[in-house]
Design a protein around this ligand. Sequence first.
Ligand code: NAD
Length: 231
Amino acid sequence: MHRRHIVVLTGAGISAESGIPTFRGSGGLWFKYRIEDVATPEAFARDPAMVLDFYNQRRAQLESVQPNQAHKALARLEQGHKVSVVTQNVDDLHERAGSTSVLHLHGQLRRARSTVAPDWTMDIGYGPIRMGDTCPLGSQLRPDVVWFGEPVPAMDEARDVVASADVLLIVGTSLGVYPAAYLAHDAPAGAEIIVVDPEAREERVPGARIFREKAAGRVPLLVAELLENPA
Ligand code: NAD
């Protein structure tokens, strides 16, 4: 039934046109916040209330935005192909657009995690995590996101997914955050690699078809092309 395995690696850029700023692009979040102040374990140890507040704002903002044409087109792609989304994003816009296989490399805003038992997580919707909110073991809750300097537990699974791709479609990621960026090189020989990013850098994905365009315009066109060409 499914003709090809399309693996889609997405980054902050795919959600930019939904109104969620990227971290590094112009107008990106990091011009207002320093990474070390909000997205590291050291920051949380130093000032947990400030870090929680940063993510509470991100979560509240997420509730007010919608998937864009790029997220929706990727969900449509499942009508003709096996599709696996591997995302660096912590938003839930792929799921809300209807994608059914989404691996979150860097965690999810909508989930909270125990600070003593990392496997204990819970769905918190779009509400805040407050100081004093605890897991069943009594430890402070933290966002279930991977901070800079922390391991990426989903990486092995992601590498396996990419290794079975017939097509690797890379959308809206600078490929500057490791280890996630290694995935661009994990597609098997012979797989087609396509990149959609206005600031795509060819040396980071040698041999790829590159579209230096925004996701909401180009991704639906690529999806139409892939649906027309099953093999
Ligand atoms: P990044 O900020 O490093 O790169 C974003 C990329 O998106 C840039 O290359 C930029 O050129 C491109 N871009 C900007 N607008 C675009 C558009 N309309 N269409 C297509 N591409 C566009 O982000 P990253 O590579 O994802 O890595 C940074 C980390 O920040 C990741 O871990 C990610 O999880 C996290 N992050 C997540 C969100 C989110 O969940 N929505 C938002 C910001 C940052």
